[in-house]
Design a protein around this ligand. Sequence first.
Ligand code: BG6
Length: 487
Amino acid sequence: ACPQSFVFFVFGASGDLAKKKIYPTLWWLYRDGFLPEHICFVGYARSQLTIEKIFQNADKYMKVHDHERDLYKKFLELNHYVCGSYDKSEDFDKLNHEANKISQHTSAHRFFYLALPPSVYGSVSELISTHCRPGAPGWVRLIVEKPFGKDLQSSNILSGHLSKFYAEEEIYRIDHYLGKEMVQNIMVLRFSNRIFSRVWNRDSVAAVKIIFKEDIGTQGRGGYFDEFGIIRDVIQNHLMQILSIVAMEKPRSTTGEDIRDEKVKVLRCIAPIKSENVVIGQYLGDKESKDSERQLGYLDDAGVPKDSTTPTYAQTILYINNERWDGVPFILRAGKALNEKKAEIRIQFRDVPGGMFDENGSKAPLARDELVVRIQPDEAIYLKVNTKRPGEMSYSIEETELDLTYNERYRGVKLPDAYERLILDVFMGSRINFVRSDELQEAWRIVDPILTEIDQKKLPVVPYKFGAAGLPQAFDAAVKHGYVFTG
Ligand code: BG6
């Protein structure tokens, strides 16, 4: 057998994330020829399992086509499983020994993917570093999943712990939104189009909205969710990451450090969110719905305490105190159990000054221009503009769209899954799309005080029905801060 020069470890190999995302992604990357030739994979978890059983459980997510069966078999042969604890030195010695044996190599490069509950991050990361590092010249890359702590303090403790055992360059903190096509496109849109770069500031922009909506509830994941709530689950990470790319200054280059330097700089200009700029809500079941899932409210989820006030919806409005953005509201809104699944960014431009178009004798305000980046579903960029209503004799105006819908313009182009891009980035050693520890710290600093107030139940939790478009209180607050609904 050929010595393997890369070993990819999956910690938490028996868990949900491994089954639904990590193993399928590794298979697709292998199938498409993106992985190095000499590689093997070692799953690790506490349960007495076999690699066959793990792949049986993951089977429906792997999407293996009939003509790929032989290749898939080869992939399976590269996979192994070791069972052990998350806190005993001897188990990590055993793992190290097994990995050396499997790869026939003591200095193969090693990837460690921690798909684990946060309670064991500390011990596992330490034991990997002390027992499972390869001999020189082999290197280590540690891939970690959120939650990176629960608040500023716990996140700093975790970061401090990791930094004792790993150099920052060895750590890849995943925020899977950074692997999405449209999030990756923001930089190109901003910095390769003069038409946008000139207006990307407070002189022209009235408000920015970053929205995340889901049409599903917690679906039995309530036990986990209840400890976190929507701000920690989605806003502190995904939406704040998007905000930093939308608002940052132009990086000096496309290297990971230059980009992350600019992202963190803009986060530093944001004061902690004030409670008067926050609306939170929790969903109730819709008893009239024909869909049995929609009949269930958040409190009906078996893992959720009956008196929980954890928010499943939140809107936070932030301001960036720098020359480019002073006074422009950034409205971050996220909710579960709403009427649709959608994630988008809306850059709304200011009113046109000096109106000249007369509609019905009154100078009606024109609709504002708006640039929309639809992250999902159905990726698109469109610009809402005013145009003369076609065929009419008078100057009557209507709003329309300059529309780049990917399905139409790029029909047939496969957009890789976020995890495919990110795991490939880890292989290539590219850290652009991973969160640096200072970014993480700034994002926590911004949300930390409001999380404390929410945890202490100081904010009213507005109930909303499963399937609602959102909370009227949130829409009103957005309008109060200067956002105008354009329809
Ligand atoms: C995860 C959150 O980070 O993102 C989930 O923990 C959420 O609650 C998910 O459902 C959404 O990801 P996507 O890619 O489906 O928008």
